[in-house]
Design a protein around this ligand. Structure first.
Ligand SMILES: Cc1cc2nc3c(=O)[nH]c(=O)nc-3n(C[C@H](O)[C@H](O)[C@H](O)COP(=O)(O)O)c2cc1C
Length: 181
């Protein structure tokens, strides 16, 4: 693993460079936030875009989902990926910006029809309903939100014949540092 150029030759680039591949493990990371009352919350999401030069990722969500309240209170999150094929754990700490409304109109226009039902305004995700399918499927662009994730730290743990762990930080211009695994 080359430490000098973290955003190119090592597995992080390989993972994020294959976002379009629906089967890449980094496509479905776990996003963890902290709720306003201090409770940790984690859920699976889809990584929609990655810009390696900016160290920036994008996730789509419903503006009424509880993660938004978490991020309004504390605009930070962690992302976790376990790539079992490469025996690689990827952990990211990110600063998060929430965009919605006219700011994300272009992105909404590119959301496939079948995916838009996740963005319905009648009831927030997590709201109790009397039966499993008693919810509205009508899409509402007003509740579509884009999370912009600016990576601050990247922690890689590789389990091989020897175990290796490295950390890369934006603060240090992505210079790598080996760590005790
Ligand atoms: C494979 C998979 C992909 C998912 N992708 C997303 C996603 O991209 N955005 C999202 O908001 N929720 C996504 N979800 C649903 C979340 O895991 C979660 O149930 C939902 O966002 C509500 O979470 P919250 O109440 O913690 O905000 C996905 C779930 C699964 C199983």
């Amino acid at each position: 693993m080359a430490l000098s150029d973290p955003l190119d030759p090592h597995p992080w680039a390989r993972e994020l460079g294959t976002l379009h591949d629906r089967h890449a493990p980094a496509r479905h990371p776990t996003l963890a936030t902290v709720s306003p009352d201090g409770m940790p919350k984690a859920r699976t999401v889809v990584l929609r875009a990655a810009d390696r030069s900016l160290g920036r990722l994008e996730i789509h969500t419903n503006l009424h989902s509880s993660k938004i309240a978490d991020l309004m209170a504390k605009p930070v999150a962690a992302l976790h990926v376990w790539d079992s094929g490469s025996w690689l754990q990827i952990r990211l700490q990110v600063d998060v910006k929430v965009a919605s409304g006219t700011d994300v109109a272009d992105t909404w226009a590119r959301v496939p029809e079948r995916s838009r039902t996740a963005y319905s305004s009648s009831r927030a995700p997590g709201h109790p309903i009397p039966a499993a399918l008693a919810y509205d499927h009508a899409p509402d662009p007003a509740v579509f939100a884009v999370l912009q994730l600016d990576i601050q730290t990247l922690d890689l743990l590789h389990l091989g014949a020897d175990h290796r762990r490295a950390q890369f930080t934006r603060e240090n211009d992505w210079a790598g540092q080996w760590l005790v695994p």
